[in-house]
Design a protein around this ligand. Structure first.
Ligand SMILES: [Mn+2]
Length: 423
C-alpha cells in the first residue's frame, strides 16, 4: 500500500518548516530528549473492530476497502504503524477474529512490527450454534449452564491469546437488567465474581485480567459491573492479576475520570485504558474530538500517578483505542485518535510537577490553573511529529495517507462493499 520512500519524500518536503516549529516549542524545555523518548516508546493498541465503519442501531454507512479477514486487519494496522510508528499492537476480539493459523498470523504481525495486546471475549452476543442464549446475561446468569458456557468461552479466548503471545484478557460484560425487579443485584454480582474467579484460575502466571465497567447500555436499568467501584471490588477480590480497566466513554455525564484514574493508580489497580471521546454517552467518537482538555487532565493524572509508583509509562498499563468510526474513514480517524493521545501525553509530560506542588502547598489555586492551562495551550504538535520522525514515521501521517491515495488503493484491491467480521 505504501513504500518507505513515500514517507521519506513527504518528510523531506516538510523538514525545514518542521524544524523551525520544533525549535520554537522545544526551546526552554530542559527534558525535551526524555519527552521525545517517552513519546517514541508509547504505543497504543488498535482493536481489530476499529478498522471497519461502525454503525448505530439505526444504520451503518460503510465506506469501501474495509478488511475482509484477520490478515487484512493486521495489514491495516501495519499501515497505520508505518505512518505514525505509534500503533504497534493489535487487540483481537474472539470470536470475530479467531486465528486459523496462529503461527502465520503471529509472523504476519511481526512483519509489520506489531505485537498482540489484550484479547477480548464476547458474551454480549449469541453466536451461531451456541447452546445457551446470553439474552439475560452471561457470567451473572441465574442458570449455571449459561454461566459455564460463558466461562468456557473466556478460557478459550485465553488459549487463543497464549498462541499469539498476548498477555492479558479484557472482560467487558453487558450483563445487567432492563427493568426494576428483574435481578437480585447481590446474587448477580456474586455470580459474576464466582464466574470471573474460575476464569482467573485459568490465567497464565504472567497474564493480567482487565475488568471493564460501563454504566449503562445495552441494559438500561442496571449494569452488573457499572462503575469503577464495582470493578475495583471484583479486581480486589479476584487477586493480584486482576485490574480495573477504564474506558473513557463508560461513565455517567460529567464524571471526574481523572480523579478515578488517580485513585486506581494509587491502589495499584489500574490495568488498562480505552480511549475515545463522547458528548452524551458511550459515543465512541474520535479521541480528543470533543473534550481535549479533559483528556489532558486525565493524562496529567496518569503521568503523575505512574511516576509516583515508578511505573513504565509504555508497558505497565494496557493502552488501547476503543472507538467506532461511523462517518469517517476508519484509518484516518485512527490516525487522528493516536495523534490526540500523543498530544495529551506530551502536554502531561511538560507539566512542571514541582511548581504545581508549590502552588498546591500554598493554596494558590490561580497559579495551579495557570500551570495546567499554560501547558494545555501549548502547541506540542511539532514535538509529537519529531518523535514520529525519529522513529521512522511520517511528520504528517494523515497527509501521506491522502497523498498516497491509500483508501482508493484499498477499495481497488478489496472492493467497495466489504464488511469486516464483527461489524
Ligand atoms: Mn472499551
Amino acid at each position: 500500500m505504501i513504500e518507505k520512500y513515500q514517507v521519506e519524500e513527504s518528510n523531506e518536503k516538510q523538514l525545514k518548516e518542521h524544524k523551525k516549529r520544533l525549535e520554537f516549542v522545544a526551546s526552554g524545555v530542559e527534558n525535551i530528549e526524555d519527552i521525545l523518548q517517552k513519546l517514541t516508546d508509547f504505543q497504543v493498541a488498535i482493536p481489530s473492530w476499529a478498522l471497519g465503519t461502525g454503525g448505530t442501531r439505526f444504520g451503518r454507512f460503510a465506506g469501501g476497502g474495509e478488511p475482509r479477514s484477520l490478515e487484512e486487519k493486521i495489514e491495516d494496522i501495519g499501515l497505520l504503524h508505518m505512518l505514525n510508528q505509534s500503533g504497534g499492537a493489535i487487540s483481537l476480539h474472539i470470536p470475530w477474529d479467531i486465528p486459523q493459523n496462529p503461527s502465520s498470523i503471529k509472523a504476519l504481525a511481526a512483519q509489520h512490527g506489531l505485537r498482540f495486546d489484550a484479547v477480548n471475549s464476547n458474551t454480549f452476543q449469541d453466536q451461531p450454534g451456541q447452546e445457551y442464549s446470553y439474552k439475560f446475561g452471561s457470567l451473572q446468569h441465574v442458570d449455571k449452564g449459561v454461566r459455564k458456557q460463558a466461562i468456557d468461552h473466556n478460557i478459550e479466548v485465553i488459549s487463543h491469546g497464549i498462541e499469539l503471545g498476548s498477555k492479558s484478557l479484557t472482560v467487558w460484560l453487558s450483563d445487567g437488567s432492563g427493568f426494576p425487579g428483574q435481578l437480585n443485584f447481590r446474587k448477580a454480582f456474586q455470580n459474576v465474581l464466582e464466574s470471573l474467579s474460575e476464569i482467573y484460575e485459568a490465567l497464565p502466571g504472567d497474564w493480567k485480567m482487565f475488568v471493564e465497567y460501563k454504566c449503562y447500555e445495552p441494559n438500561f436499568y442496571s449494569t452488573t459491573i457499572a462503575d469503577w467501584g464495582q470493578s475495583l471490588l471484583l479486581a480486589t477480590k479476584l487477586g493480584p492479576k486482576a485490574y480495573t480497566l477504564v474506558d473513557l466513554g463508560h461513565h455517567l455525564p460529567n464524571a471526574n475520570i481523572e480523579q478515578i484514574v488517580s485513585l486506581l493508580l494509587m491502589e495499584g489497580k489500574l490495568g488498562g485504558f480505552h480511549f475515545n471521546d463522547s458528548k452524551y454517552g458511550d459515543d465512541d467518537l474520535t479521541v480528543g474530538s470533543i473534550a481535549p482538555y479533559k483528556l489532558f487532565l486525565i493524562f496529567n493524572e496518569l503521568v503523575e500517578g505512574m511516576n509516583a509508583r515508578g511505573m513504565n509509562h509504555a508497558s505497565d498499563l494496557g493502552w488501547m483505542i476503543d472507538a467506532s468510526h461511523n462517518i469517517k474513514d476508519p484509518l484516518e480517524d485512527l490516525l487522528q485518535s493516536v495523534e490526540a493521545i500523543q498530544i495529551a501525553y506530551a502536554q502531561a509530560l511538560l507539566v512542571d510537577a514541582k511548581a504545581l506542588e508549590v502552588a498546591r502547598k500554598s493554596n494558590d489555586v490561580v497559579q495551579a490553573q495557570e500551570i495546567l492551562q499554560g501547558v494545555f495551550r501549548t502547541d506540542v504538535r511539532p514535538i509529537v511529529a519529531e518523535a514520529r520522525l525519529r522513529a521512522g514515521g511520517a511528520l504528517q501521517p494523515l497527509q501521506v495517507f491522502r497523498q498516497c491515495k491509500i483508501r482508493e488503493n484499498l477499495i481497488r484491491q478489496r472492493g467497495s462493499k466489504t464488511v469486516a467480521t464483527g461489524l
